[in-house]
Every structure is written in C-alpha cells, then in structure tokens.
Design a protein around this ligand. Structure first.
Ligand code: HT7
Ligand code: ZN
Length: 848
C-alpha cells in the first residue's frame, strides 16, 4: 500500500475559484454534473498536469473550456497532461453517475433509511465527483439538488427553490471535505439567533417525523455555543442559516460541514425518558464541538491531513472549556483526564503510538485518534499554561486575524504564539513530533526551611522513535502543611531539562507537595507517596483535581495490593471515602467520580506500567470484591445518599441534578452488592427517566441479576433504536467473563441486530471489547468473536472495522497464551481476502 508522507507535501498545481454542482438524485443512479473553474497556482510555478481524485465514479462526459475530452480514469482518479491543458486558467465540466444506495462505507453520498446524506471528511468527496480532494484547495460552492424528496439541503445559504429542486450558495471558500448534501422526508425544530453584530440567523435541527420533540436540548446547546464563542473567543457566525441533520447510520459522532452539520442521531435526540444525563452531556459537547469548528476548522482549515490536530486539538480544547463553563471545571477536568488516560495513554503505550502530528499514513481515517484529538487538546492547554491567559487570548486573536480563509500548519499556529510572546517555542514543538507518554519522576528533600523538588523526565521508545528529546513540561505545584493549610499557592514550574531542581525557601515545616495540579501536562507522574501524604491531599488539597487524584491513586494501590497478594483494603482508604461521602460542601458529581474505581483496563495498564503481566480474570474478581467490601463498610452512608439524592421536581439535565443522579446511581451500584438487587429493582420500577432506569438495570446486571428487568426494558423500548442500542450494549458489557462471548453471539443473532448500522454494531461488538475480562477470556472466544465480525464488516464499512480493531492494541501486555491467541486473530484478519487498506494498516501496525 502507498505510504503518504508529510515530507512529500507539495502545493497544489491548480487552484479552484468556484464550483458549481447539479445533483439529480436517484438511489441507484444519481447524476452529478460539475463545473469547476481552475487557475494555475502561483505557488507552484510552471505548467502542470491536472490530477483529479475520483473513486467508484462512472464518468459520462468531460469537457475543458466547452470542448469534449475523452478521458479514462484509473481506480483513484484521472490525470490530464499539461500538454492538453490551456495555460493560466480553464473551466472543467463533467458528469458522473454514482449509486448511493449501494454505498455501505457511509463515505461520499449514501443513503440512510430512505434519506440521502454525505460524509466527505477526510476523502469522501472523491466518491461524489472528480475533484482535487485535498484541504488546501478552497473554493466557493453553488449546488442545485433535484429530487422529489421534500427537504433538500446543502452548505451555505438557500438561494432558490421550487417543486422538486433547491439551490444553495456557500460564499465562504472551503475545502471539499466540508461539502454536504442532505435530502429526505424531514421535519425541523427551528429557532433564531441574533449575532453580536445584529445579524439574524435561522437555526434548524432536521430529524425524521416523530423525533421533533427530542431536539430541544440540542437546540439549546447550539444557542449557548453560539453565544459562548462570541463572548469567549470573539467569533461570530457568518451565514443566514445554520442547519443540523440527525442521521441514523453514521460512522462517527458528527461532522462540521459548513452551515450544514450532520450528526449521528444519538448526539442530537434526547428526552428524559430515553436519554441519560451522560447522553445529554455528550449532545451538549458535540453540538458545541461541531459549531466551534466553524472558525477552528472551516474558516481556518488544515493545509494537509498531517495537520489534523490543528483543527481537532484546538476544537476539543474549546469544547472542553465550554463544558467547564456550562457545568463544573473541576468535574470536567477529572472526566477529561479519565478519558485521556483510558484512551490516549493506552494508545501511546502500545503499537499504535503516533505523534500528535503524524508524519506518515496509509489511510488518513485511521488517524482520527485519541492522540490527535485528546492529546492535541492537552497541547493547547499546556501552551496556555506556559504563556498565560492574556497571551493566549492575544495569540488567538492574531491567529484568526492572520489566517482567516487559509489552510494552515502547526508552524503557523506556533508562530502566532511566538509573535505574541516573543518566546522561542521550538522545544515546545517537540510535543507535536514525539510520540509516547512522558514520565516525570519526582524526588524531594527538605533542610533548613528549604524544600527541593528534583524532577526527571523521560519518554519511552515508541514504534519508529527509539530516542527522545526532552520536552517543555509545565508542572503546576502547590505546597500544603501537614495540617492541610496551603503554604504555597499554585506555581507553574517549567521542566525543560532531563533533570531539574526547583527550590521553595522559607517554609515553616516540611510541606506535602501537590504536584501536577489540574493535570497540567499529559504525563505519568512517578512518585513514592506515603498514605499519610495522600490522606492530607484527599482531605485538604485546594486543587480539586489533585484532591480527586489522591483518592484515585489510593484506590489503585489498594486494588493492586489485592491483586498481587490478596491484601485487605486499608481502613484508612475506606474511611477516607467515608469522609468524602459525609462532606456536605462537596459537589455530588465530584463525590460520584471519587467513588468510581479504576476500570479493569486501567488496572491492566497500571500493572503493565509496573512491569507486571495483568491477569484479566483476577483483576475482574478483585475489583468486584473491593466494590463489595467497600459497600459493606460504607453501607450506612450509601443508604443515606441513595435516599437523599432522590429527585424532586421536574427532570433537568443540567449539572446540579445530573450530579445528584450520578451519585445516587453510584450508591445504588454498591448497595446492589449487599441486597441482591432489591433497591435496584425498586428504582427500575419507579424510574421516570433513563438515567435512573439504566442505572438500576446496570447495577442488577453487574451482580448477575435483572433478567425480568431486561425483558421489561426490551418490551418498553423495542421501538426506539437509540434505546435499543443501550439494551444490546449493556448485556454484553455486564456479562460474566465466562459468558460474555456467548452473550454477544446470542445478541448478534437477535432479529433486531442490524450489523450494518454502526451504532448497533458498536453496541454489541464494541460492548464485548469494553468487557475486559470477557474479551480477554483465556479461551480466546472473545478475540475470535470480535475478529470474525471485523472480517465480516470490513469489506462493507472499512472505516468502522479499522477503528474497532483497536480492541487488540494492548495485546503485548498479556501472557504468552493470550498473546498467541490475539496474534493468531490479527494474522487471520491480515490474511482475509477482502482486507481493506484501512484494516490492513491497523493490523499491520499492531503486529509490528
Ligand atoms: N471532523 C470530523 C471528523 C470525521 C468524521 C466525522 C464523521 C464521519 C466520518 C468522519 N471522518 C472524520 C468530526 C469532528 O471531529 O468534529
Ligand atoms: Zn472535530
């Protein structure tokens, strides 16, 4: 397979000023006419061939400046030699035929339950028509859609419409990956937004008839996002309309097409009865994320796909800030770090580790990863910590001013910070080109009122990168007295050498250090900490992240000691939790997070990090045992909390109520271990919202009960696709390790299992890989089941198959028996006759 390299980047030979498209929609034979005005790129002097990307297109006709051309496209596109092209500029016209109903890859123009929709990022536009499908070619688009379907949408503003047709114009130059078209029998929930400068914008969320009463929260989140981007980043919306469409068959979460965002319906539709608080939070976050792309992604886009983190890292950072502002900064930071460690640290410490800005790829879809997105966002947060809030604001102002309308690189991004602060950021730039999670090892000493922190940094070797250079790491530190008083408020230390000392003088006593406050850098902190120090931090740290972190590391160590030597959990640990449960000043959402034990996969990661081989079955048993013991010890508090957190008044998805429900469900999960599910059955029977219904059902399934509730749940929700996904997913995720693969196989044979729908596929097959002990069952049944389904899905939907193959990325952690089983499955996938480029690349990288 062809490897694409950042080092080979060359500017496009031909630029496009304007594109005009006519779509005559038909499921089996859609006709697409294109008129594209090309102009020679002054940045690529000389007279060059014209290369147009195109895949699976039937070319019906082609003309240059009105003259018919006979062209024979290859499998990836067509080339017109320079000798056959006018110099300077010309008009290309073509007509192609495509078959959206047969497009199961859900890339390009495809159909989802009778509705036409598109997905063009990263390289889907080439499945619609011949075009220079690369992000540094930006053009304005005019689109005419002809179809009998009632709603016909594209990017930009509507310009005209009649029976069976509609026309759209997008005045903002954009790359083809932001193109979108939707046609369907849809209804809108509508609203209006007046921008800060007084422009009226029509807002519409388009859904299937019957779903219109489930869009209110998404609309509210959209309006709040628009206002927030004006207030916090000074960014105003720039079209007369903003449309969002919910689609059932979708490979990812959502897509930021200019003026026409397309969403997986699970990130739009919500009602209290059908969506959990977590669903609501996800909707708010993803609506905001896609909207924020209008500036960080669309107005300023990426020069090439290696620069993906330029738009994704920044936009994730912005959506994290937004959620923090809407809800709680402390809780949001903890949630984000949990995700980062679970997904990105896992990726960074295995065979799929790659730079935030990769330097090679075979299939770009394989690089929409936690490293590009979540670590990319951490880099923005670190830059801000290093330069300060005011400089960050000034740098962003300069970024928008200087680069509006351009396709940019990470160099452009770093330069605005350098120009704003007059600081050399070349060492910081290594974060973009060096894979792997840095380790920061801490030593300290104390003498004569001076406390010295000695920090060592190192980055382990990753595939293709044996040696690493030191990074600039912002380490936020505060110091507490033994009584919990703060002796030194937060300072940001800049660790830039392999080893560096930092001195704190004039202290009255040896302090308890609170290091990496707010998780100021995406690193693994290595430090021997006494339980007494942890207890001080857990009880008193003024930094909420580190307060939570103290409890988290206590829980991890308790679990590791149980796993290693059956050691009983210390009373100090249990009592520490008890004090949190009894602290009336704490946010319930924070307490719920403090009660959450490290996941089985987190524990496997911790054991691997410590040089040990994780045993998934033992991890599962010990984690369950601790849940049980902890519930026994804290039973009184858990009862009190479960009663006290019961809802009063109408359901509200906002943070206050959601935090109370999260804590209530956490208490219930513990109590269910003690009462065989009596309370959970009552909660299930009386719940008037999905958060409590699902909380009760999960608690029951976790102890191996809940058969009646599961059946009742199916009867109640069999008509709701999104809720049914939960029914499928829960059963697999909570299945006992011995029964997990069999449960998944049973569900895959269920009449409601639609394996071509990515949400349903992810619920069952992804559900099994999320059940660590079930997936890693020593029989290999879990591995076999997942591999069987990936091999089956791959020829139809390679993008989703490749993404889900990351279930196997941790294989080198395990014992030789499991490694052999996984290797055999990876090799079986690699030799599948239908293996796609997408899955082929992933499996190849995992096998090394
Ligand atoms: N920019 C988008 C990433 C994306 C995508 C979305 C849906 C389906 C396929 C896709 N390939 C790439 C989503 C985002 O980050 O906002
Ligand atoms: Zn994004």
């Amino acid at each position: 397979p062809q490897v694409i390299r950042l080092a080979d980047y060359a500017p496009p030979a031909w630029l496009v000023d304007e594109v005009s498209l006519i779509f005559r929609l038909d499921p089996a034979a859609t006709r697409v006419q294109s008129r594209i005005s090309f102009r020679a790129n002054p940045a690529a002097p000389g007279h060059h061939d014209l290369w147009l990307d195109g895949e699976n297109l039937k070319l019906l006709s082609a003309r240059i400046n009105g003259e018919a051309r006979s062209v024979t496209p290859g499998p990836e596109g067509l080339r017109i030699p320079a000798t056959e092209l006018p110099e300077g500029q010309f008009l290309w016209e073509a007509e192609v035929e495509i078959a959206p109903e047969g497009n199961t890859a859900l890339e390009g123009l495809y159909m989802s339950r009778g509705m036409y929709c598109t997905q063009c990022e990263a390289e889907g536009f080439r499945k619609i028509t011949f075009y220079p499908d690369r992000p540094d070619v930006m053009a304005t688009f005019r689109v005419r859609i002809e179809s009998e379907l009632p709603v016909l949408l594209s990017n930009g503003n509507p310009t005209a419409q009649g029976a069976g047709w509609a026309e759209w114009h997008d005045p903002w130059p954009k790359p083809a990956y932001l193109f979108a078209l939707v046609a369907g029998d849809l209804v809108a929930q509508s609203n209006r937004f007046t921008t800060v400068s007084g422009t009226e914008v029509a807002l519409n969320i388009w859904v299937r008839p019957g779903d219109e009463n489930k869009c209110a929260y998404a609309m509210d989140a959209l309006i709040r996002s628009m206002r927030w981007d004006e207030e916090v980043y000074g960014r105003e919306y720039d079209l007369d309309v903003f449309n969002i469409v919910a689609v059932d068959d979708f490979n990812m979460g959502a897509m930021e097409n200019k003026g026409l965002n397309i969403f997986n319906s699970r990130y739009v539709l919500a009602s209290p009865e059908t969506a959990t608080d977590q669903d609501y939070e996800n909707i708010e976050r993803i609506i905001a994320h896609e909207y924020f792309h209008n500036w960080t992604g669309n107005r300023i886009t990426c020069r090439d796909w290696f620069q993906l983190c330029l738009k994704e890292g920044l936009t994730v950072y912005r959506d994290q800030q937004f959620t923090g502002d809407m809800r709680s900064h402390a809780v949001k930071r903890i949630e984000d770090v949990l995700t980062l460690r679970a997904r990105q640290f896992r990726e960074d410490n295995g065979p799929l580790a790659h730079n935030v800005r990769p330097e090679t790829y075979v299939e770009i879809n394989n690089f929409y990863t936690a490293t590009v997105y979540e670590k990319g966002a951490e880099l923005i947060g670190m830059l801000r910590r290093l330069v300060g809030d005011d400089a960050y604001r000034a740098a962003l102002r300069l970024y928008f001013e200087r680069h509006d309308g351009q396709a940019c690189t990470i160099e452009d991004w770093i330069r605005v910070f350098e120009d704003t602060t007059h600081r050399d950021l070349s060492q910081f730039k290594r974060w973009y080109s060096q894979a792997g999670t840095p380790r920061v090892m801490v030593e300290d000493s104390w003498a004569d009122g001076t406390y010295v922190l000695r920090l060592h940094q190192s980055v382990p070797a990753t595939p293709g990168q044996p040696l690493k250079e030191p990074l600039v790491i912002p380490v936020a530190v505060g110091l507490l007295g033994q009584d919990g008083r703060e002796l030194q408020p937060t300072v940001v230390l800049e660790l830039s050498e392999p080893v560096q000392e930092f001195r704190f003088e004039g202290l009255p006593q040896r302090p308890v250090p609170s290091i990496l406050r707010g998780f100021s850098a995406p690193v693994i902190l290595q430090r021997d900490q006494t339980s007494a120090e942890r207890a001080v931090l857990l009880a008193h740290d003024t930094d909420p992240f580190n307060r939570w972190e103290a409890g988290r590391s206590l829980a991890r160590d308790v679990l590791l000691a149980m796993i290693a030597r059956d050691e009983a959990p210390s009373t100090a640990f249990l009592e520490g939790l008890g004090s949190l449960l009894r602290d009336p000043a704490l946010d319930p959402a924070f307490i719920a997070l403090a009660l959450r034990l490290p996941s089985e996969d987190d524990l496997a990661q911790a054991l691997h990090e410590a040089g040990e081989v994780p045993d998934p079955a033992r991890i599962h048993d010990m984690r369950r045992k601790l849940t049980h013991l902890r519930a026994e010890h804290l039973a009184e508090d858990l009862h009190r909390i479960h009663d006290a957190m019961a809802s009063t008044g109408a359901y509200d998805p906002a943070a206050d109520q959601a935090g109370r429900r999260a804590l209530r469900n956490a208490a219930l999960a513990g109590l269910t271990h003690l009462d065989q599910g009596a309370r959970a059955s009552r909660q299930f029977a009386t719940a008037d919202n999905m958060t409590e219904q699902l909380g009760a059902l999960s608690a029951l399934l976790e102890i191996g009960a809940g058969a009646d509730e599961l059946a009742a749940f199916y009867d109640q929700w069999r008509g709701d696709r999104l809720v049914l996904d939960k029914w499928f997913g829960l059963q697999v995720m909570f299945a006992a390790p011995d029964a997990a693969a069999e449960t998944a196989a049973g569900l895959a044979a269920h009449p409601d299992f639609d394996w071509k729908n990515p949400n349903r596929f992810r619920a069952v097959i992804g559900g099994l890989s999320a059940n660590a002990a079930g997936f890693h069952h020593a029989s290999g049944a879990g591995y076999r089941f997942v591999a069987d389904w990936l091999i089956r899905l791959d020829p139809l939907n390679p993008q989703t198959a490749a993404r889900m193959s990351t279930a196997f990325e941790t294989w080198q952690r395990y014992d030789p028996g499991r490694q052999a089983l996984i290797r055999a499955e990876l090799e079986r996938m690699r030799s599948a006759p239908t293996l796609s480029r997408d899955l082929g690349e992933m499996v190849g990288r995992m096998l090394g």
